[in-house]
Design a protein around this ligand. Sequence first.
Ligand SMILES: CC(C)(COP(=O)(O)OP(=O)(O)OC[C@H]1O[C@@H](n2cnc3c(N)ncnc32)[C@H](O)[C@@H]1OP(=O)(O)O)[C@@H](O)C(=O)NCCC(=O)NCCS
Length: 168
Amino acid sequence: MQKPSPRSSTIGALPENTLRIPHPYGIADAQRFITGVTASSGETVFLIVRRDDTVLGACGVAERPGDSPELGYWLAFAFWGNGYATEAARAVIDYAFDDLGYEMLHAGARASNPASRRVLEKCGFEWTGVELYRIRSLASSAPFDRFRLERRRWMRARQQRGAKPGAV
Ligand SMILES: CC(C)(COP(=O)(O)OP(=O)(O)OC[C@H]1O[C@@H](n2cnc3c(N)ncnc32)[C@H](O)[C@@H]1OP(=O)(O)O)[C@@H](O)C(=O)NCCC(=O)NCCS
């Protein structure tokens, strides 16, 4: 499969596929992101780091008022297509269910982003419909496929994979 080219982002994360990543992305944006993720922000974010200490991207869960938390992830373009997002998402889902005690997770993938949809499918998420979401970097809205994953379903799938909690 041919890789898509990174069209608009210097970090190659294609911010137009994410809801919140601004473009262009400056130092002040990075500072706001880092200082915004605090113990009280309801958001847990992990850096995705390879064994050689290369930082590949990030994956996390964010609580939402009146709804189940949302899983999100991005990888720098150079590292796409190696299974890293799926591996990271599975580890964070384990953490969300085992350590944070959530019963359900939601996630979304822009309708034009099949790689992200596939990551969610590989993690066992179920499609629930399509909704319009505002994309910060575009200052416009686009349709997103919406997914959910119930704790029970995840536990069953994990058992079937023979994976231990936290292992992938
Ligand atoms: C989406 C993203 C996280 C995927 O990361 P990744 O590490 O390449 O993902 P993985 O390798 O774990 O899995 C990608 C899957 O999508 C498939 N895929 C990739 N491009 C595809 C395409 N154009 N059409 C269909 N499937 C595609 C891959 O083959 C793979 O599936 P497989 O294991 O069954 O072969 C990465 O592309 C990214 O960071 N994009 C920009 C930000 C973003 O979109 N974040 C998600 C916001 S919802």
